[in-house]
Write a protein that binds this ligand. Structure first.
Ligand SMILES: [Zn+2]
Ligand SMILES: [Zn+2]
Length: 299
């Protein structure tokens, strides 16, 4: 594996269904679309459940977008270790695998977009890029896409403690509900802010791989299927400007314009204002405009 460039063709192992993931995801769908409404019908949800749902949605989503994506995959800024650990815990709560696996898959997606070894190859259709790729066991030779992750002690710490981190993400809403009102309120908070919330965060992330490679404008690059789809930004903390992101993946902003709804860039910028993040990578406006004009001129 050593010495081979990431752009060279990669031999894939045979694709096959992954029973463990299929069972886990089926269980989650059942809980999210059956148990959550049934519980709501029988016992109702209270303000605490909805507050925990909202808070944990934002926390889990930022763990993925700011942590897994912009920090650990694209190194678009630097920050204190305790911020890295916090983001790794928040990302782990989203049930999207360990940062090491997520980042190597995502780096491969950028390097091999729309090709056979793109993990969420949109050319294989909406459902494959949305969820099908998760349900299949595809073992890639990913070493060249780990780019220093194995030497990052914070990433390896999360790898080691991944299961307890995931469980703590479900235990937290249960405990908060239980302390407030006993077993029934614990169960309600667990269902809504646990499984209901994770189900929605997962699907919002999946929309970036599916929707943002099928529908929307391509103002900055036409070299791959990525699209800018503003409404996806509303549910993904600003990740819907995916065409810009494929054109300039190192930029800490996915939505580079002032009017772009990108809470993740505001969060990173906010961290930098108080000295908790630094070295924010930002593509100059002229470069962005040059890319836009090149597309307009058919380049
Ligand atoms: Zn993409
Ligand atoms: Zn990316």
């Amino acid at each position: 594996m050593k010495g081979r460039k990431p752009t060279e063709p990669i031999i894939l192992e045979k694709r096959e269904w992954n029973p463990a993931t299929i069972v886990l995801f089926s269980l989650m769908v059942l809980l999210a679309v059956v148990a959550v409404p049934v519980f709501g019908f029988m016992h109702g949800y209270i303000w605490l459940d909805w507050t925990m749902f909202g808070v944990l949605y934002v926390v889990r989503a930022l763990g993925i977008t700011v942590g897994y994506h912009r920090l650990f995959t694209h190194r678009s800024f630097e920050c204190k270790d305790w911020i890295r650990i916090t983001l790794l815990i928040a990302g782990g709560w989203a049930l999207e695998n360990t940062a090491r696996k997520w980042c190597s898959d995502h780096a491969r997606h950028h390097a091999r977009a729309d090709q056979e070894d793109d993990p969420y190859n949109a050319k294989r259709g909406f459902w494959y890029s949305h969820i099908g790729w998760v349900l299949q066991r595809t073992t890639y030779y990913s070493e060249e896409y780990t780019f220093g992750l194995l030497e990052d002690w914070t990433v390896m710490w999360q790898e080691r403690w991944y299961v307890p981190i995931v469980l703590s993400g479900f235990a937290l809403p249960f405990l908060v509900g239980y302390i407030h009102g006993g077993w029934i309120r614990g169960l309600g908070c667990f269902l809504l802010a646990g499984f209901g919330c994770v189900f929605l965060v997962l699907n919002s992330t999946f929309c970036i791989n599916s929707v943002c490679h099928l529908w929307g404008a391509q103002p900055y690059t036409t070299s791959n299927s990525s699209r800018d789809c503003w409404w996806v930004s509303l549910i993904t903390m600003g990740e819907g400007y995916h065409n810009y992101h494929h054109a300039f993946p190192r930029d800490y902003r996915n939505g580079p314009l002032r009017r772009n709804f990108d809470p993740s860039k505001w969060f990173v910028f906010g961290l930098s204002l108080v000295g908790l993040a630094w070295n924010l990578k930002r593509i100059p406006d002229w470069k962005r405009e040059a890319a836009r004009h090149a597309v307009l001129n058919g380049g």
